[in-house]
Design a binder for this molecule. Structure first.
Ligand code: ADP
Length: 247
């Protein structure tokens, strides 16, 4: 089966940080958690693969096609929610939707209205009047309104209250069940315990391991008792006697 998203050898160098040969895939029906501590390079990786940032090198395929060569067409099929998107802060939601609608040939007004109702969002509000959780919900509403097959979300659950977080993860499950692929970054391991099928662990700009969740936990627990994701990440990141990383 062709992956919905295939990332190979993605590189991006800043003065004091480098993303090095990052590669992983997102298959249809799978929820992939991109995990790593602050500064590991999660946002940089997501921005590079979505071409919001220009990578120095690397290949990205969406639905089996070269993403950078067919960006305009393929972006129709990608729902992206990047944190801190403070676009149009003074505009009302209905104006933002009117602008967004024009970019997507597959805009689904009924889906948009359903999402607004589901998230209890008031279209007459200005974007900057929304709480951070509501901002995420609104960005997600836009992403869910153009029949995307692949969703790429940067820390979508941060800023959400526990009930909204659980609802969002449930929504991810429903999307995956319908055949979508979801890639989301987080440093909240309980989100991964609850929702992720696959884990991509990024550390200092490099993928340490990318595997189905159970295999990921097994790989780090070799020889000892089974470790939870939280324990694995805590131990792998500690300065003294860090957990040995599987090769
Ligand atoms: P994460 O999302 O995992 O917290 P980021 O991708 O935001 O990590 O950041 C990774 C590293 O890249 C950090 O050290 C950050 O300071 C650095 N970085 C991010 N953006 C820039 C930039 N525009 N110029 C220089 N360094 C940057």
């Amino acid at each position: 089966m062709t992956a919905l998203l295939q990332v190979d050898d993605l590189c991006k160098r800043y003065e004091r940080f480098a993303l090095k040969n990052v590669g992983f895939e997102v298959k249809a029906g799978r929820i992939v958690g991109l995990v790593g501590k602050n500064g590991a390079g999660k946002t940089t990786a997501l921005k590079c693969l979505l071409h919001f940032l220009e990578p120095d090198a690397g290949h990205v395929q969406v639905l089996g096609q070269d993403f950078f060569a067919n960006e305009t067409a393929l972006k129709q099929r990608v729902g992206a929610v990047l944190g801190g998107a403070e676009f149009y802060p003074l505009k009302r939601l209905r104006t933002i939707a009117a602008v967004t609608r024009r970019f997507y040939s597959c805009w689904d007004e009924a889906a948009y209205q359903r999402c607004l109702a589901r998230f209890e969002l008031d279209e007459s509000k200005r974007f900057q009047e929304l709480s951070s959780g509501m901002k995420v919900k609104y960005l997600l509403t836009l992403a869910l309104s153009h029949q995307a097959r692949l969703f790429v979300l940067d820390e979508p659950t941060s800023g959400l209250d526990p009930v909204s977080r659980a609802e969002l993860l449930e929504l991810f499950r429903a999307l995956a069940k319908s055949g979508a692929g979801i890639l989301f970054s987080t440093h909240i391991t309980s989100d991964l315990d609850r929702a992720a099928d696959d884990i991509v662990y990024l550390r200092r700009g490099q993928v340490v391991k990318s595997a189905p969740k159970e295999e990921f936990c097994r790989a780090f627990s070799k020889g000892g008792s089974a470790l939870s994701l939280e324990e694995i990440l805590l131990r792998a990141e500690r300065k003294e006697a860090p957990l040995e990383l599987p090769v």
